[in-house]
Design a binder for this molecule. Sequence first.
Ligand code: ADE
Length: 229
Amino acid sequence: MKIAILGAMPEEVEPLLEKLDDISRVDYADNRYYKAKYKGVEVVVAYSKIGCAFSTLTATILIEHFGCDTLLFSGVAGAINEDFKIGDLIYASKLCKHDLDITAFGHPAGFVPEGKVFIYPDSNLVEVAKSVANSKGIELKEGVVATGDQFISSQEKKEQIKETFNADAIEMEGYSVALVCDALNVPFFILRAISDSADMDASFDFDAFLEKSAKVSADFVLEMVEKLG
Ligand code: ADE
């Protein structure tokens, strides 16, 4: 087993790197990859840079070049569901791409011909996550995650995404990573801790809570790696 652990930003992978053993850095395709071990399990860690294009590239390289057979994403998200508070841990029960829009041609929002509106994570990884949460007494929430190449910081936009996709959380990489894994038959799981509420305070909250929430997610993902090993 070789597990890819992917984040979007340095802040999302730094708390992982601090806890790994036997780290070696490999520079490839304009990015840095860290081959390492966690409790004896082989992992490859990287941050992609923000957004769908970069995360598609990095997820593909982790699988096709580094040979990872499982992918765990760790990072932060904005809350759309009013019950999700800053610091809450959420996994994606399904993912959609909220800014994929050819509705002008009569297609549903988030859909292009031969594509899928929703992509689902691996059910075994979901069970592993639930059992880690149970055994450690950690509250793990689930929700529909909407991905797009925009940082959402307005009530109006947030409500529109909620109404269109029944989304609970918003971020900028999950769907593209899910799409790569789905196409290549690699089990994946997208975990996020809430950093902001995607409202007018979002950019301020994001800066204030990015590091703390990223660590909440990273710590949980490492528990999953141990359990999978
Ligand atoms: N990631 C964290 N917060 C976000 C937001 N408000 N919009 C998009 N991506 C995010």
